[in-house]
Design a protein around this ligand. Sequence first.
Ligand SMILES: Nc1nc2c(ncn2[C@@H]2O[C@H](COP(=O)(O)OP(=O)(O)O)[C@@H](O)[C@H]2O)c(=O)[nH]1
Ligand SMILES: [Mg+2]
Length: 477
Amino acid sequence: MFDSLSEKLLGSLKKLRGQSKITEENVQDAIREIRMSLLEADVNFKVVKKFIDSVRAKALGAEVLNGVSPGQQFVKIVHEELIAVLGGDAVELDLKASEGRPAVVMMVGLQGAGKTTTSAKLALFIRQKYKKKPGLIPADVYRPAAIDQLKTLGTQLGIPVFPSEINDKPEQILEKAYAWARENMVEVMILDTAGRSQIDDQLMDELGRLQALARKTSEVREILLVADAMLGQQSVSVAEGFHAKLGLTGLVLTKVDGDARGGAALSIRESTGIPVKFLGVGEKTDALEVFHPDRLASRILDMGDVLSLVEKAQELVDEKTAMASAKKIATKQFTVEDFLAQLQMMKKMGGLEGILGMLPGMGQAMKQLKDQAKPDDEMKRIEAIIRSMTKAERHDHRILNGSRRARIAKGSGTQVSEVNKFIKSFEQSQKAMQQMMKMGMGGMGGMFGGGKKGGPPGGFPGGFPGGGGAGRGRFPF
Ligand SMILES: Nc1nc2c(ncn2[C@@H]2O[C@H](COP(=O)(O)OP(=O)(O)O)[C@@H](O)[C@H]2O)c(=O)[nH]1
Ligand SMILES: [Mg+2]
């Protein structure tokens, strides 16, 4: 799925990624290639335009983070925009039912889109994930085979299927199905409706009547359009047609397994505002996936290493934290408490080894570190010491007299000598940070460079996050 798009996007981004410097020219090239890839993937041209415009605007406005190359950051921007186009967060099904009224999920769509198959898949999913009892209601009475098809699937899965009869009107079926649902303690009724080869008034009227009727007696929670992904951006007009008449709550894109382009998935949400909720990825009844925009974007842009590196760098220079600690350092108020906060941040990044491991060419430094002490063990010990300190002690370490130090050592399972060592380290690191602030070094630069002379002994990197201001540039375009 999305194979060709993925390949092309990666191709254009990889060229950029290798560059240590980004020029206006090579970004223009990359943007042009991204536009081409999207159009070739059959993404709606309006969506492509919007996508490109916001990638460009974001790249222009972005400040380059320390520790990542502008190329890497550009990849991240494209990734974020992909998630936005795909709809942001995954959207859950709404299956709430009020007393005695089952929830109804109505499946609509063109003929052959996969309504019947998806009805069965969804019933299985609802039983497994929501622990609710589903019931299948065949309402496609024009084709006898359609009723049998659903019955067969239901029997296979052990899911009750309402015994619709061919001569019944859909409305009659619905009425009888209620009584049946209550008798059988069905909590979610999945209504498999008829389709046509294209949108026509007669079908829309029938679906509209069905919807109105269903509303009278039960909770019509979801009206899902089942659309064939192979339609590409054509699915946009189909979705608009159904949405205008019925008010869709979501979409299921089927046959995604056979669609290498991905145009529908990328066009529909942005064009219609209707969330894609599921992907059909095969003919079998378990071939249904919840649609996760972020996961899909990562699948399309297979650059997990770059993305997590940029994310972590972003976390680090969280503006507020940076500003607050910069201010504190400047006024000599940097406390043990702040130190602990920085330790936490570092832990989030996977410890020192984790951080180094993510940077290209740091293998040598890692080896050296390992030969010395185990920095992450040291971090754990320091954390234990700080956690055994009282609030007052963390606020002003100068009150730590002999008996306090002994108590802390006991509480943290360390020796008094280790507590002493930490306090000394802390004082040194406090000084180092102040120096760095004066010199205008901050962020990651401080972490890697500052440790050498100003950092405390024991391999613990002293001037960790520091202030954010210095060393940041802009994309040069
Ligand atoms: N490969 C693949 N085939 C699917 C998928 N969903 C449905 N189909 C097939 O598409 C055809 C039409 O499906 P059906 O459920 O009868 O469509 P309906 O007319 O909308 O009810 C059947 O052969 C299904 O097996 C899917 O996600 N992937
Ligand atoms: Mg069908």
